[in-house]
Design a protein. Structure first.
Length: 236
């Protein structure tokens, strides 16, 4: 799968691209991720990508022309296997279901906004969709793009050692219990600073462990994310 990151800060992604699961997947050829400098599609001496908003107001906006030219150059043939995404606080909320949906494409181009945002014609006429990673405002789309790439990448077959593990994680519709978070997990030592691991996990009785995990996952979801349980009741 191929990801294009369109940004005024391509160097922002260096650490993200060179570590962990994403780096391994790139090295093995499963992922091709390229950060493109938006200023390459400007023609003035200062490589200007921004301008003042019509009608007045705070700050500057990314101009449409460099974004259109860059997108047309990077993805000259857009089709049903490609997707252009504008990162935006105003976008639809990105979640695990959106990650699964995006993992079906061959090529994604993620447009990272900056300043006070992006000329609206980019959302209206260039992007296939507008996505937000949460109800808060970041200074730029780069962190949001990294979140989406990381989340989508680990769903691509072969990227994780054991692909089944993604099936049973929090927010997965196909998980042990849809709508319930993953269960609490513990590792060695069995006792740390006087806090023991739940006895049942040490006993080796798989049926008891399964039942304990199910109950613990429900309890944790009810405590931390009661909205998930409420949503599950409504859809049933
Ligand atoms: N004026 C905009 C608003 O109030 O909606 C915020 C602009 S923000 C300072 C600059 C850029 O950061 C945006 O164009 C977008 O690309 C990115 N951004 C900010 N918050 C985001 C979020 N929650 N999800 C995705 N991208 C975000």
């Amino acid at each position: 799968m191929k990801f294009h990151l369109l940004t005024i800060f391509p160097e922002f992604f260096a650490g993200f691209l060179e570590n962990g699961v994403v780096a391994r997947a790139r090295n093995s050829g499963l992922l091709d991720i390229q950060a493109w400098n938006l200023r390459n599609w400007t023609f003035d001496r200062h490589k200007t990508v921004d301008d003042r908003p019509f009608g007045g107001g705070e700050g500057m906006l990314l101009k449409p022309e460099p974004l259109f030219l860059a997108t047309e150059a990077i993805l000259p043939e857009r089709n049903s296997r490609t997707r252009v995404i504008l990162l935006s606080a105003q976008g639809a909320r990105f979640d695990q279901a959106a990650a699964r949906r995006l993992a079906q494409y061959d090529e994604l181009l993620l447009i990272c906004g900056r300043y006070e945002g992006v000329d609206e014609r980019v959302a209206e006429r260039l992007a296939d969709e507008e996505l937000s990673i949460g109800d808060y405002v970041l200074s730029g789309g780069e962190l949001a793009a990294a979140v989406i790439v990381d989340c989508v990448a680990r769903l691509i077959p072969g990227v994780l050692g054991n692909q089944d593990s993604t099936q049973f994680e929090s927010f997965e519709a196909s998980g042990h219990e849809p709508g319930v978070l993953d269960c609490p997990q513990y590792t060695r030592p069995a006792e740390f600073r006087g806090w023991p691991v739940p006895e049942v996990l040490l006993g080796g009785n798989h049926e008891e462990i399964r039942r304990w995990r199910r109950r613990a996952a429900f309890e944790k979801t009810a405590r931390l994310r009661p909205d998930l349980i409420a949503a599950q009741k409504i859809t049933k």
